[in-house]
Design a protein around this ligand. Structure first.
Ligand code: ADP
Ligand code: MG
Length: 707
């Protein structure tokens, strides 16, 4: 194991950076190759040092054919036993090899030349590398890399693992590996390479940066394959740490830039707030009250608020948003409230109208389907400033929508919007150099470590308490074969005056198929439960129809509501206390949790039945198990992160920001407290080094951050 070299002190010179030389300064890189490399974002020698392998191929040994398993990427050797050239559907070349282990393997080619066929005659000895998969007749490799070898010579294997780099069309893996290798010859000593000041201790068990780079580009022959594959080697940790640090610095810089900008200081006497609170049928929970105060404090400052309020489904985020809205209105500004679906936006509209109109405020509605005169009026009210609050979907961000004095933007269910969309809405309010405050609500709790990284550009408040009187939802998972038992259970529940959701989940990504599945289920339930009124709601219905159905369900006129996942977010019917989710094995934890949050809103004990199709995959089994065990959104989110990884958990948020080269938020989350500590110190004492880290890891992509 390499010994950690001393890292540079803040005083040592780090200039004269060879790393900044253009690629053409390397032998063998002409303008054409430099241009190809440019397509990968590689422009300087340093860019190549930090162009890290995606994975490794093991050509250090030859696997006996009998030991191969589907999914292996392996090097094998064998004698051609059978060759067939087929033309039935498309040209195809099949070659079967066998070895001493008694195993056989089919090599399948769809593109090949005649000369190739001639070289692969029976008895030829081949060395191949490729991915093993299960074919119709046994194990096979499709388009393996191969070479013919002399029948009598021993096989020569590589000494080291072969790194596989991200590449682009027209650049072969070997050529790219060669260029990286040449760049590495110019890797300077550690004191010239390190940008993290030596007086800031890194977490223990990491190699020096130079050793780390040499290790991941050229793993030594005695490498611990499992450790390397899982990313736990000290070299990988060192690089992951630096990458996470850089990403954190990038987001912090973005936040600092926003905070430097000006926003209207929304100060008010709090009269509307008091009147709203007095009109509510319940007191705020401690958590709502605390978060609401944090928001009010931010709003009163002359710099833009960027606050994420996270709270489990049913924790009462809407009231907190409404309180922020009235503060802005009392200060003389308008508020825009944006939700990801029409159904959710409409529900906000109803809540806001019910709460704010009695206070004398106007609440306007602007969604994609608002057309003609209604749309014209809504637009006029927004731009003339006569609408105090405008509620809508992403239609709020379209061109032609303007506000007179937009002071606050509220975005619900933020994980569905990308960061760019948020910026677009924010810019709607940009008036001279004033930009509006931003409040983001999310029901997807974000594990703390992930929040530190992915949301470092936002302040985060948590509503970590549910209103009193809620009873946890009891959850069971049942195979679909039991669906008729479940229908009996529905009948019994409805006889006791309870109401029921029957949720049909997405069949592929098609609203149409989804709606069809719901129609089928609706017919089935109507037939099975003739004495109950069964309603149907899906995304392809007109907003008016949807509203009528929701109203009927709310009023208790419908006992059962068959729905697609359109009800996932925000729908609130406290008397509904049983939910059945079909094909629950297809959904992720976050979505299941969201759906289940539609029940358990009243004081009666609620139940959730997860119907699944057998056989269950391991992952699906684990998910259903988690759902049965806990109702705690934070625990579910932690588990989700573990099972699916951060990209999925964060949804669109990841694009452009969380594509890591080596770090993995689920695996490396434990590094975040140290990342935060080092970042804090570097921003304070070494801003120049922060910039250089960003240039090193983010390079060109950093530009949009300032946009
Ligand atoms: P979410 O955080 O999921 O958006 P909502 O804002 O829709 O939650 O609130 C869920 C339900 O709880 C609503 O019916 C709301 O009126 C109610 N509610 C909110 N705050 C309280 C409270 N402090 N006490 C009792 N009920 C509350
Ligand atoms: Mg909500």
């Amino acid at each position: 194991m390499p010994v950690a070299a001393a890292r540079s002190t803040p005083t040592s010179a780090v200039s004269a950076d060879q790393g900044r030389a253009p690629l053409t300064s390397l032998g063998g890189v002409g303008p054409a190759l430099a241009e190809t490399l440019g397509r990968l974002g590689l422009r300087t020698v340093q860019d190549l040092w930090f162009h890290l392998p995606l994975r490794y191929e093991d050509r250090t040994r030859v696997m006996p054919l009998a030991d191969l398993r589907p999914g292996d990427r392996a090097q094998v050797e064998g004698i051609v036993d059978f060759v067939e050239r087929g033309f039935r559907f498309r040209p195809q070349l099949k070659v079967i090899i066998g070895d001493e282990s008694g195993g056989v393997l089919l090599l399948r080619f769809f593109h090949f030349r005649k000369s190739q066929v001639d070289q692969l005659g029976k008895g030829t000895r081949l060395l191949c590398f490729g991915e093993v998969r299960q074919g119709p007749q046994g194990l096979e490799m499709v388009h393996p890399q191969y070479q013919r070898i002399d029948p009598d010579e021993p096989v020569v294997v590589d000494e080291r693992l072969t790194p596989v780099y991200p590449t682009t069309e027209g650049l072969g893996p070997r050529r790219l590996a060669g260029v990286v290798s040449r760049a590495l010859a110019h890797l300077p000593a550690d004191d010239r390479l390190e940008l993290i000041p030596g007086d800031l201790p890194l977490p223990s068990g990491m190699t020096s940066l130079r050793d780390a780079l040499l290790y991941v580009h050229r793993p030594p022959p005695d490498v611990d394959l499992r450790q390397l594959g899982e990313g736990h080697h000290p070299a990988q940790k060192r690089l992951a740490f630096e990458e996470l640090l850089t990403q954190h610095l990038t987001l912090r810089r973005m936040r600092a830039a926003v905070k430097k900008r000006k926003a209207p200081a929304l100060k008010s006497a709090g009269t509307l707030r008091e009147r709203l609170l007095a009109s509510l049928p319940f007191p705020l929970t401690g958590a709502q009250s605390r978060v609401s105060k944090e928001v009010a404090r931010d709003l009163a400052r002359p710099h833009p608020m960027l606050r994420l309020v996270q709270g489990d489904v049913g924790s009462g985020k809407t009231v907190v948003a409404a309180l922020a809205a009235v503060a802005a209105v009392e200060a003389g500004y308008q508020v825009a409230l944006m939700a990801p679906t029409e159904l959710l936006a409409e529900q906000h509209l109803r809540n806001f109208r019910a709460w704010l109109e009695p206070l004398g405020l106007t609440v306007e509605w602007l969604a994609g389907k608002v057309q003609g005169r209604a749309r014209k009026n809504a637009l006029a009210h927004a731009s003339e400033g006569t609408a105090h609050v405008v509620v809508g979907t992403h239609a709020l961000m379209q061109e032609g929508v303007a506000f007179q004095r937009l002071g606050l933007v509220i975005v619900d269910e933020q994980h569905r919007f990308g960061v760019h969309q948020r910026l677009a809405l924010r810019d709607k309010g940009a008036e001279g150099d004033l930009i509006p405050h931003q409040l983001v609500l999310t029901a997807t709790p974000i594990p703390r470590t992930l929040a530190m990284s992915a949301y470092a550009d936002l302040d985060v408040s948590s509503i970590d308490e549910l209103p009193p009187g809620r009873t946890p939802v009891q959850t069971v998972a049942l195979s679909n074969e039991r669906r008729y038992d479940v229908m009996e259970r529905i009948h019994a529940a409805c006889m006791q005056g309870r109401q029921v959701y029957w949720v049909c989940t997405l069949i592929e990504e098609s609203e149409q198929l989804d709606a069809q599945a719901a129609e089928v289920a609706h017919a089935e339930l109507t037939a099975a439960l003739p004495d109950l009124s069964v309603g149907l709601i899906h995304g392809r219905m007109k907003p008016k129809e949807k509203q009528a159905i929701m109203d009927a369900f709310k009023a208790g006129e419908l006992a059962v509501l068959v729905a697609t996942t359109v009800i996932e977010v925000g729908v609130d019917v406290p008397n509904a206390s049983l939910m059945v989710i079909e094909n629950s094995e297809r959904l992720g934890l976050a979505q299941l949790h969201q759906l289940r949050g539609r029940v358990g809103r009243g004081s009666v004990a609620s139940n959730c039945v997860l119907l699944y199709q057998t056989p269950l995959s391991r992952l699906a089994k684990e998910r259903l198990q988690v759902m049965r065990e806990t109702n705690d959104g934070f625990r579910i989110a932690e588990k989700d992160l573990e099972l699916r990884g951060p990209g999925e958990v964060l949804g669109t948020r990841q694009t452009g920001q969380l594509q890591f080269r080596i770090a993995d938020l689920a695996r490396d989350a434990h590094l975040m407290p140290d990342v935060q500590r080092v970042a804090e110190a570097m921003m304070k004492d070494h801003p120049d080094r922060c910039e250089r880290l960003i240039a090193r890891w983010v390079g060109d992509a950093a530009r949009y951050v300032d946009a």
